[in-house]
Design a protein around this ligand. Structure first.
Ligand SMILES: C[C@H]1O[C@H](OP(=O)(O)OP(=O)(O)OC[C@H]2O[C@@H](n3cnc4c(=O)[nH]c(N)nc43)[C@H](O)[C@@H]2O)[C@@H](O)[C@@H](O)C1=O
Length: 375
């Protein structure tokens, strides 16, 4: 009988970790994931694939751990003996990295080194393949458009600077020790599982709440920012493909299409049957309800102002525009994204609307619903 492969995912409780765990389980892998200890449950995204440790042939196993703890990582890797390690764990919020730069560097930069070094010290450098979740934020103040594997980096945040170290230490371990280690340079990727403080989810969740009368207004930062948004499901497929090649290489993963934050707001509103009109400039810009169609928005009227700008969401340094060129991934791996930004937006709005309707019902019955999101 063919022995199944063993994978270890750091950040398994996150958006990508949960989709990747599902993908690998479907492929017959034994999947191990590292989750952080928290006083509240933090495993919602993987609860549907959770297996009790008492079941026979358990093939999804969660371990407590943290990228800041070398001894913990080394012990888990020694115990698991993974064929593949996917390093998806990070302090991944760019704005938060300005608030907690040292923590971000510790986890995002040194955390990557700790895993690579654990693989090496345990003598697994020929067995264990390593995937590093690199990011389009490396391009920051972009030096060419579209951005490809050869585009020079120009990080614009403590997050991006930490990820720059992680990128290069991954390349360095490949070149120094012959490890199969590679970087996926992923552009923004979203889904209904996206954290609530990233801009797409903040928008779909916020507008769904507004439609149901749970919130009055969405407060935004820089709505001019342009991003190349794909669906996380497409992107985790590419993460797996990158570890199945003869030789380790780095790849840009993107859709090759770009829209502004403002357009994503407009698109999400349209999904709810709301036509928005943007008026004003800079911090005085607002979006007004111009037309309503359908039954999705009982709480709104034409003329309502439902989007405003709050400068607290501006960043000390902004990445204004990102647009990826995924042609290497297409040429070498045959990877193309299957889900468009419009389809992704529709899926996110539909999911958030379901939750908002449930919350509206609970509220009618006197339950307090916390709805605010800072981020
Ligand atoms: C690839 C990359 O992707 C993500 O980083 P991000 O691009 O910073 O993601 P975001 O969704 O927080 O912001 C996107 C844009 O939207 C602008 N924006 C406007 N108004 C608000 C606002 O109110 N909130 C937020 N969060 N952003 C806003 C904001 O200024 C920025 O220009 C992470 O996964 C990261 O880990 C990663 O690697």
């Amino acid at each position: 009988m063919k022995k199944h492969k063993v994978a270890l995912i750091t950040g398994v409780t996150g958006q990508d970790g949960s989709y990747l765990a599902e993908l690998l389980l479907a492929k017959g892998y034994e999947v191990h994931g590292i989750k952080r200890r928290a006083s509240l449950f933090n495993t919602q995204r993987v609860d549907h694939i959770y297996q009790d440790p008492h079941v026979e042939n358990q093939n999804f196993v969660l371990h407590y751990g943290d990228l800041s703890d070398s001894s913990n990582l080394t012990r888990i890797i020694q115990q698991v003996q993974p064929d593949e390690v996917y390093n998806l764990a990070a302090q991944s919020h760019v704005a938060v990295s300005f608030e907690s730069p040292e923590y971000t560097a510790d986890v995002d930069a040194l955390g990557t080194l700790r895993i690579l070094e654990a693989i090496r010290l345990l003598g697994l450098e020929k067995k264990t393949r390593f995937y590093q979740a690199s990011t389009s934020e490396l391009f920051g103040q972009v030096q060419e458009t579209p951005q490809r594997e050869t585009t020079p980096f120009y990080p614009r945040s403590p997050y991006a600077a930490a990820k720059l170290y992680a990128y290069w230490i991954t390349v360095n371990y490949r070149e120094s020790y012959g490890m199969y280690a590679c970087n996926g340079i992923l552009f923004n990727h979203e889904s209904p599982r996206r954290g609530e403080t990233f801009v797409t989810r903040k928008i779909t969740r916020g507008l769904a709440n507004i439609a149901q009368g749970l919130e009055a207004c969405l407060y935004m930062g820089n709505m001019d920012a342009l991003r190349d948004w794909g669906h996380a499901k497409d992107y985790v497929r590419m993460q797996w493909m990158m570890l199945q090649q003869d030789e380790a290489e780095d790849f840009v993963i993107a859709t090759g299409k770009q829209i502004a934050v403002r357009d994503f707001i407009r698109m999400s509103a349209e999904e709810l049957g709301i036509t928005l009109r943007f008026e004003g400039q800079g911090v005085d810009e607002v979006a007004i309800v111009e037309n309503i169609q359908g039954e999705q928005v009982p709480a709104l009227q034409v003329g309502d102002v439902i989007v405003r700008v709050d400068p607290r969401y501006f960043r000390p340094a902004e990445v204004e525009t990102l647009l990826g060129d995924p042609s290497k991934a297409k040429a070498k791996l045959g990877w193309v994204p299957e889900i468009t930004v419009e389809e992704m937006c529709a899926e996110m709005v539909a999911e958030d609307l379901k939750v908002a309707k449930r919350h509206a019902l609970l509220k009618q019955h006197g339950y307090e619903i916390p709805v605010t999101v800072e981020g």
